[in-house]
Design a protein around this ligand. Structure first.
Ligand code: GUN
Length: 293
């Protein structure tokens, strides 16, 4: 089994981005600027946003973190978004999900200017992606596609099973892998909670993308010998032996999968760092496109 080392690959891409920022600075251009809006104190969201801001600093991007209490109203949040939309210093921004229950995430996503939607969640970007037009791709699927590309994994004609149909990962992943593109041309099966005999589907897969949010859901007996297994899950499970009281496990039983898979992503250090670096790549792109407006 070969490990798909997202940590290492994301560091390589960060070095490339750093060089690009240095070139921009030499030319006297404004460096990319990402803003992140974090509402409430969900510990996982805090950790993701911290990692996004830290990564901006590592490559020389500007970053702005906007924090608000969980009791912010939807109107107040929409005002913040309107300000970010019109702020010419900011190339792209994200509103970290999930949001508190009283805020409608669809309204928030729709309020973001598609030109600054570096998460690729706005229906304009989602629709363009589905039609194969240039668009901001959602960060996690973009990161996975980049990883498959850089590891030279052939996808054309392969059977791919995506487990989980979320708007953020499963559904866009299924679209990207079935597109006519260098990483694409798969025959994709999108599976979900109502799928019958998931094991039989998975056993046929050359590529499994596990994005269901259930710890160790994909077991060794669901994996075809030599398959590429991409684990999107980042689940916290209680572990009193750890100082912080939990450990992170994926949606795939790593030890079992390691016995069967040809390629496998670890958790942590697999898809997670690729997601963050994809957000940086989208922000660079937003900055470049703003140059020509
Ligand atoms: N919550 C989980 N993943 C993501 C992501 O990629 N972007 C945002 N904004 N929120 C998330």
């Amino acid at each position: 089994m070969k490990l798909l080392n997202g940590k290492e690959l994301s560091n390589t891409i960060k070095q490339e981005l750093t060089l690009e920022v240095q070139e921009m600075t030499k030319r006297g251009e404004r460096v990319p600027h990402l803003a992140a809006v974090l509402v409430g104190d969900n510990p996982a969201s805090e950790s993701y946003v911290r990692s996004k801001v830290r990564s901006c600093q590592q490559v020389g991007f500007e970053s702005t973190l906007i924090r608000r209490h969980a009791d912010i109203t939807e109107e107040e949040l929409l005002e913040i978004i309107a300000d970010l939309n019109s702020n010419r210093d900011i190339d792209g921004f994200i509103v970290q999900l999930p949001l508190p229950k009283h805020i409608d995430e669809n309204n928030v996503t729709l309020a973001i200017d598609p030109k600054k939607d570096v998460d690729g969640f706005h229906p304009v970007n989602f629709g363009k992606m589905a039609q194969g037009l240039p668009a901001f791709l959602p960060a996690t699927p973009f990161g996975i596609v980049t990883m498959l590309d850089r590891y030279g994994i052939e996808t054309s004609g392969k059977e791919c099973v995506v487990v989980g149909r979320s708007n953020i990962v499963g559904t866009p992943m299924s679209i990207l892998l079935s597109r006519k593109a260098k990483v694409g041309n798969c025959t994709v099966t999108l599976t979900h909670s109502r799928t019958k005999d998931l094991r039989a589907h998975c056993l046929k897969a050359d590529i499994i993308i596990a994005a269901i949010g259930i710890p160790n859901f994909i077991t060794g007996d669901m994996i075809k010998e030599g398959a590429v297994v991409v684990d999107v899950g980042i689940n916290r499970v209680d572990d009193t032996s750890k100082k912080r009281g939990y450990r992170l496990v994926g949606d795939v039983d790593f030890d079992q999968a390691a016995e069967r898979a040809g390629y496998l992503t670890p958790v942590p250090g697999g898809v997670g760092p690729m997601t963050v670096v994809s957000l940086l790549m989208n922000t660079l792109r937003a900055n470049r496109e703003a140059l020509y407006e």
